[in-house]
Design a protein around this ligand. Structure first.
Ligand code: PEP
Ligand code: MN
Length: 271
């Protein structure tokens, strides 16, 4: 792969400076950006003990590495399910501990940062918070790795500049996440910007994870998008799964059933 040695003055920490530079983010025994392709999976939102436990069991059974689950949800409507909050965080931590899976959940704002730092392994900054500079600085001072999602209307340069905020506060463990951008297309919820993957590989040393679930907004095309993301050079995936997708309290249309999830994992194993 040709390497872009260009460095932007505003991206002194996020930009790639040499061909072999690659950040590997370690979370216990898991490494994102190393040789192994990483799969992060779990429900959009933690809904109950049984639901998150069932998801964690599937994540483990299918050989995936990290359990996701939203606890403090930022929803488009204030009247939609907002997540179980602190209770959800406890259930997520419990399921992670039972199946020995590191966990990731979204930090919706600075007020919940300390609580999440104490209970989850990776901090997720949601797409809508990508340019919340005080939150970026706060997670930059955290001891926890950060998964930074690209805003649906942010350029690649803006995503890297947001990562720079976190890096500049001293946290080197930043994972970038492409999760779809807004276009004129409405068959899908967003449009997965597959170009972002090889472009980011050229421009930065930070690991890149693709979230085909929020990009698609519909479960029937998540698997091909996930395979395309890996083929394009992503270091990992983040996918939403649910024991009963039709009954999910958030993002029901895009959640993979356990059967679909197992089939995705078997396709990934086949290489
Ligand atoms: C999520 O992953 O839970 C989420 C809300 O995604 P995004 O921030 O990309 O919309
Ligand atoms: Mn979701």
């Amino acid at each position: 792969m040709a390497i872009d040695f260009e460095t932007h003055p505003g991206l002194r920490l996020a930009a790639r400076h040499s061909a072999d530079e690659q950040t590997r983010v370690r979370i216990g025994a898991v490494e994102i950006g190393g040789g192994e392709f990483t799969v992060i999976a779990g429900p959009c939102a933690v809904e109950s003990h049984d639901q998150i436990r069932a998801c964690a069991e599937q994540v483990k059974l299918n050989g995936c590495q990290i359990l996701r689950g939203g606890c403090f949800k930022g929803r488009t409507s204030p009247y939609s399910f907002q997540g179980l909050g602190s209770k959800g965080l406890e259930l997520l931590a419990l399921a992670g501990a039972e199946f020995q899976l590191p966990t990731i959940t979204e930090v919706l704002g600075e007020t919940v940062l300390e609580e999440i730092e104490n209970k989850a392994d990776i901090l997720q900054v949601g797409a809508r918070n990508m340019q919340n500079y005080s939150l970026l600085r706060a997670v930059g001072r955290s001891r926890r790795p950060v998964l930074l999602k690209r805003h649906m209307s942010a350029s690649i340069h803006e995503l890297l500049s947001a990562a720079e905020y976190i890096l500049s506060e001293g946290n080197p463990n930043v994972i970038l996440c492409e999760r779809g951008i807004r276009t004129f297309e409405h068959e899908t919820r967003f449009t997965l910007d597959i170009s972002a993957v090889p472009l980011l590989r050229l421009k930065t040393h930070l690991p890149i994870v693709v979230d085909p679930s929020h990009a698609a907004g519909r479960s029937d095309i998540v698997i091909p998008l996930a395979l395309a993301a890996r083929a394009a050079g992503a270091h990992g995936l983040m996918v939403e799964i649910h024991p009963d997708p039709g009954c999910a309290q958030s993002d029901s249309a895009q959640a993979l059933s356990f059967e679909q999830f197992a089939s995705l994992c078997s396709l990934l194993r086949r290489g």
